[in-house]
Design a protein. Structure first.
Lengths: 329, 328
């Protein structure tokens, strides 16, 4: 496969641009995404390529961004939306949850809503409580929405293209701290990472750790560190949070007998509980040598002070501690 | 309109205080001493100052992401503001909120806000509480031009109007919401026309003329205090800096900024003050120095203050639940 090095955000732009070149029914709407190129610079150059008909700056009106996308999707377009910060999805929530997600079901299968909602999530930017949240569990709780989280530049491209081609509303979670991360990305414009397939990011035999987004890199760092002490960690990135490929996770836990879930979102009500339950309910239960552990953010809003902000989410040290705990060390 | 010399001097002092604070914040951000986002109010000082001049300590304001000016005008303390920008435990929010969330319960400051359009409805709630309790407090709701495209603007004005709530909606029309000019985000030029839809008085004033703002808001505040309901006051102004510090402002012509700089509200007021012998030039210089010193003292206070304790991270989520800082 021919590869090219690029940043995570350029991979997102590439996915949108390739799909827009192929399908003129795709439009891109959001705040300051046009000439300005988006608050994080993701769409720089797209306005120049596709023009104002297809790359549309909206007023500051998140409700109508999501609602218009739903309406346009139901009537033949395939909108991609950008929430400037994922936190603002709260304002678009009725349109997303009560409309886009349920329209097909309520209409007895007589509609489809092929829209993609891009959501920059996560902390680490010093931007305080209203610009740093990780709200993926809310979205996974809504039947009708698919929820995707990309952790590498290549997957950002492949998963976003799959999301755009999907005939259902898909929430596509981007991690702000990954935007500048570089990686090899397939050049092929048919490169797709299918939704609903977990990826084993590191193979191991003692502990399975499920993680995604920026936390994945802390988990990999912790895994590397404990490897030196003779603990072999298998790391799984679910990549699609709903519908999640739990089979890969369960198979792994059957092998390792220990499982930890790590995410940045608040622990209570987070996906960690869902994944732990999926493991407990499966045949992997009989293989467990320790309780499944969850590591999540504190059950607090994200604080502004840098030290507090850093301490609000799992650290490499806390992940290592959890590994020792399940290993009984 | 008759304004006492005392009030004029106070307003001038406030405008200077805002300008000096913001200039310092700008430099501190450039030096990497303040994290997160900083949205500066430079160029718009006359709006907050003129609008707050008719308010008492027990009146309320709601603010925005660009909140420093509103907070200073309503009587916020520079020390606690600066400490908050530094994320220190002595800051207004104990270092947990930062620039976008500064609040002061003792001064009726219901918080700067990171959500565009959030103030429109919070202000209505404050007006409702005042009306319900039978006080004559009012709430001034500050917001930008681009926020008037949020549904909260329409829901807020409508409810304030039908319930005749004591709210003064003060729009700071600086012509942009980040990179999107007003012409591209709405089909009107005077936002005050939207008052018609809610059957409340609407007026547009020169937002760089502190007296014009004062006069319009003063009248609106007295109507509100008398139970005559809300008003929409639009103040035309301009932000000199980028949307946030670091914004390259590629979306607007340099000449536009130069034109607006000529309408700088501060020298304009200075001119009035000296021509009308409200203060001498020497007094003006002295006041400038005093404000600079105050800002420097605030920085000093902030720098010397402690970071919040790690344990404080879990405090203040609820009134009664304090979660142990457990390993997560
Ligand atoms: C709900 C929401 N949407 C988008 C943003 C991002 N944002 C912050 S300020 C801003 C522009 C606001 O423009 P305006 O209301 O005119 O105020 P100004 O910045 O000009 O003072 C935007 C889009 C936000 N903070 N909240
Ligand atoms: Mg504006």
């Amino acid at each position: 496969m021919e590869m090219k090095e690029m940043t995570y955000k350029d991979a997102i732009k590439l996915a949108m641009s390739e799909e827009m070149r192929k399908d003129e029914n795709i439009i891109f709407i959001g705040e300051d995404i046009g000439l300005y190129g988006g608050a994080f610079g993701v769409s720089v150059g797209m306005f120049e390529e596709f023009g104002e008909e297809r790359v549309r700056d909206t007023p500051i009106s998140e409700a109508v961004i999501a609602g218009a996308a739903a309406g346009a999707a139901a009537t033949g377009l395939r909108p991609i939306c950008e929430m400037m910060f994922g936190d603002f999805i709260t304002i678009a929530m009725d349109n997303l949850v009560n409309q886009a997600a349920k329209m097909r079901y309520m209409f007895g299968g007589k509609a489809k809503v092929p829209m993609t909602m891009r959501l920059p999530f996560g902390s680490g930017t010093g931007a305080a409580a209203q610009h740093t949240q990780s709200l993926e569990a809310w979205l996974c709780h809504v039947p009708g929405l698919k929820v995707v989280s990309a952790s590498t530049p290549a997957e950002a491209k492949g998963l976003l293209k799959a999301a755009i081609r999907d005939d259902n509303p898909v929430c596509f979670i981007e991690h702000k701290l990954l935007y500048k991360m570089k990686g090899e990305v397939p050049v092929d414009d048919e490169y797709i990472v299918p939704l609903g397939v977990s990826d084993v990011k590191r193979e191991g035999t003692d502990v399975t750790i499920v993680s995604y987004g920026t936390m994945l890199y802390r988990v990999l760092e912790a895994a590397e560190a404990v490897a030196k002490e003779g603990i072999s960690v298998e790391v799984i990135d679910p990549r699609t949070l709903y519908p999640m490929d739990t089979a890969t996770i369960i198979e792994s836990v059957k092998k390792t007998g220990r499982a930890i879930v790590v995410h940045e979102a608040c622990k209570t009500g987070g996906l960690g509980g869902e994944i732990a339950a999926a493991i407990s309910e499966s045949e992997a239960f009989d293989f467990l040598d320790a309780p499944v552990l969850r590591l999540g953010g504190l059950d607090t809003p994200i604080p502004y002070n840098r030290n507090l902000e850093a301490a609000a989410i799992p650290t490499v040290d806390k992940i290592k501690d959890a590994i020792y705990k399940v290993m009984n060390r | 309109m008759k304004i006492s010399n005392q009030s004029i001097i106070e307003m001038y002092e406030k405008m200077l205080k805002i300008r000096k604070f913001e200039t310092k914040a700008m430099n501190l951000f450039a030096e990497g001493k303040i994290p997160g986002f900083v949205h500066l109010y430079i160029g718009e000082e006359a709006v907050a100052t003129g609008a707050c001049a008719s308010l008492r300590d027990d009146d309320y304001i709601t603010s925005t992401h660009r909140g420093h000016g509103h907070i200073i005008a309503k009587g916020g303390d520079l020390k606690y503001m600066m400490a908050e920008l530094f994320g220190k435990e002595t800051g207004y929010c104990k270092g947990k909120g930062g620039s976008m969330h500064i609040a002061d319960a003792t001064k009726g400051i219901l918080g700067a806000n990171g959500i565009v359009g959030a103030g429109h409805t919070i202000a209505v709630g404050a007006g409702l509480a005042a009306q319900y309790k039978g006080t004559d407090q009012v709430c001034v709701c500050f917001f930008g031009d681009a926020s008037t495209n949020q549904s909260t603007f329409h829901e807020g004005l409508n409810l304030a109007s039908i319930w005749k709530l004591p709210v003064v909606f003060v729009c700071e029309n600086n012509g942009y919401g980040i990179s999107v000019s007003q012409a591209r985000h709405q089909a009107i030029t005077d936002i005050s026309v939207r008052a018609v839809a809610y059957n409340m008085p609407g007026i547009t004033v020169d937002g760089n003329d502190v007296f014009a703002v004062y006069e319009a808001v003063n009248e609106a505040v007295s109507r509100a205090r008398k139970g005559q309901g809300p008003t929409l006051v639009e103040c035309k102004t301009y932000r000199w800096r980028g949307h946030f510090e670091g914004d390259p402002t590629v979306y607007r012509p340099v000449e536009e900024l130069e034109q607006w700089k000529k309408k700088d509200p501060i020298p304009r007021m200075e001119k009035y003050i000296i021509e009308n012998k409200v203060m001498t030039e020497a007094d003006v210089t002295k006041l400038n120095e005093k404000m600079e010193k105050m800002v420097d003292d605030a920085v000093d206070f902030a720098v010397k203050s402690n970071n919040p304790s790690m344990a404080s991270a879990v405090e203040d989520v609820y009134t009664d639940i304090i979660e142990e800082a457990r390993v997560r």
